[in-house]
Design a protein around this ligand. Sequence first.
Ligand code: ZN
Length: 296
Amino acid sequence: MRFGNLAGRFVLRTDEGAVDVAAATNGLLPADPAEAYVRWDDVTAWAAALDPATLGPVVTKDFGLEALGPPSPRPRQVFALALNYADHAGESGLAAPAGPSVFTKFPTSVAGPFGTVALPSATVDWEVELVVVIGRPARHVAAADAWAHVAGVTVGQDLSDRVVQFADATPQFSLAKSFPGFSPLGPWLVTPDELGDPDDLELGCAVNGETVQAARTTEMVFRVPAIVAHLSRVLPLLPGDLVFTGTPAGVGALRTPPRFLAPGDVLTSWVTGVGEMRHVCTAPHETTSRDAHGGG
Ligand code: ZN
């Protein structure tokens, strides 16, 4: 199943178009995408039993991509992993960590899958990542049970201002990666059962059509089940929470010479079988608050 956020409303993506979940269920299920994850078992049971012939006016066939917001627009917690691909740790000159190396991205950085990203400086870098969205609450979950607590996966960028990140002796990961628009997500949330092997997905990103990152999630040091188990031993994972699972090699800051995003650059980010996002970089004054929140 594929779900999304169309102009702020929770939708099921079918071959016919986008089905408004609240309208199709006469308000039995929520219109707000953030609320849908709280009712995840009900949402998936409804979608599994759905007869498309009974729909009709609740299906939107044509919509502009920029109407898509982040599939989980108001996560209560946003986790991210550093150095979770061995080749990225290698290009960073660091050994892969012995356990998951976790930091946070603040929720106001979440944005939609299409639109603009305002660059606050000349040192903003790309990091394509597989993003996990939590469905069922998870606390002390075994790795073998972890996928059952995941609503689905989506494409993400962990955009990073490298000067802010390394401005102090203590790296400022959380602030450097939390400017408005620095956590774009989408275009769809895809449930794990759609994906064949959800632990083996191809991901990548391109700047102005030139591929700069390309990898498979099998290259992760800690895969999704281990990450969910690890986090849930410390705290409860809540419906709608996000986990950015780390980026592979190919970031701009570690190139020779370093390369960063510039106004006018087009950043495309994909996970095969999940979808592709597209963002145009702008100077700070060119953006608006609506852009920064991705319409979501
Ligand atoms: Zn990252």
